[in-house]
Design a protein around this ligand. Structure first.
Ligand code: ADP
Ligand code: MG
Length: 262
């Protein structure tokens, strides 16, 4: 008999297949765009279930780091492992990897000519080969989970920004990712819609989802982050618990940055 399986959480993510290793292991990552050296020897290790908030000035390389993690960009040097597996270069294994590393963007990036429900079921049916009926049932549960079950048959343009971003989170979750990356998920939202998205993220964090979140929402960092990482000029210059970091940032750059956003 297999040991009792824990009750599936709503995010219904698969557990790590390699619990002895970090879920995300980035070592010596380098990335340039032409002459511009953007990531300069970035090391970052994220444990299963850990929530890491990445902050830093505009242009410091936060988005590029996220994009390298699911290979929207190809790094020039260093290594990335997800759940103990090196990032595959291309092909079918890359599609699988992309499915393991979900991403939520600032600009939602929903397919505008598809309904919300289709947006959520497309990935699982195409990439994970989930039968349509199963994908649909899971999608409806996820839409309910993020509070927009009644929008399943609408098109993205018929939703508010906050609803679109929650649909985008449901779409990412539908792939049952091992890690979720969020790149400034609330920056494009009207202020009154920020919390409805952050609340979903806080509950995902509480359920044990492994998350890397680029955000300047320090309230979210305090509520949900295990660790805050501060990037400046392509490097991680500080890393600590939210309490440590906000109470006593060690570098002048971090102090200066915090004084501007807090
Ligand atoms: P952040 O997300 O912290 O604001 P980015 O990772 O977006 O920073 O950008 C870091 C640097 O890389 C910036 O100088 C930006 O102009 C540059 N950059 C990012 N993407 C590209 C690209 N596709 N081509 C050229 N330069 C880029
Ligand atoms: Mg960015």
């Amino acid at each position: 008999m297999a040991p009792t399986t824990p009750a599936p959480d709503l995010a219904n993510r698969p557990g790590s297949t390699r619990p002895d290793r970090p879920m995300v292991a980035v070592r010596g990552l380098q990335k340039s765009f032409g002459p511009v050296h953007v990531l300069k020897d970035v090391d970052l290790s994220v444990s299963t279930g850990e929530v890491v908030v990445v902050i830093g000035p505009s242009g410091s390389g936060k988005s590029t780091l996220c994009r390298c993690l699911n290979r929207l960009e190809v790094a020039d040097g260093g290594s990335i492992e997800i759940d103990g597996e090196p990032l595959p270069a291309e092909g079918r294994r890359l599609a699988g990897l992309r499915a393991d590393v979900g991403m939520v963007f600032q600009s939602f990036n929903l397919f505008g000519h598809r309904t919300v429900l289709d947006n959520v079921t497309l990935g699982p049916t195409k990439v994970r080969r989930t039968p349509k009926a199963v994908a649909r049932e899971h999608a409806l549960a996820l839409l309910d989970r993020v509070g927009i079950a009644d929008k399943a048959d609408r098109y993205p343009a018929q939703l508010s920004g906050g609803q679109q971003q929650r649909a985008a989170i449901a779409r990412a979750l539908a792939m049952r990712p091992k890690v979720l990356l969020f790149d400034e998920p609330t920056s494009a939202l009207d202020p009154e819609m920020v919390n409805e998205v952050l609340d979903v993220m806080v509950s995902l964090a509480a359920e044990g989802m492994t998350m890397i979140v680029v955000t300047h929402e320090m309230g979210f960092a305090r509520r949900a982050a295990d660790r805050v990482v501060f990037m400046d000029d392509g490097r991680i210059v500080e890393s600590g618990t939210p309490d440590e970091f906000f109470a006593a940032p060690r570098t002048e750059r971090a102090r200066d940055f915090l004084s501007k956003i807090l």
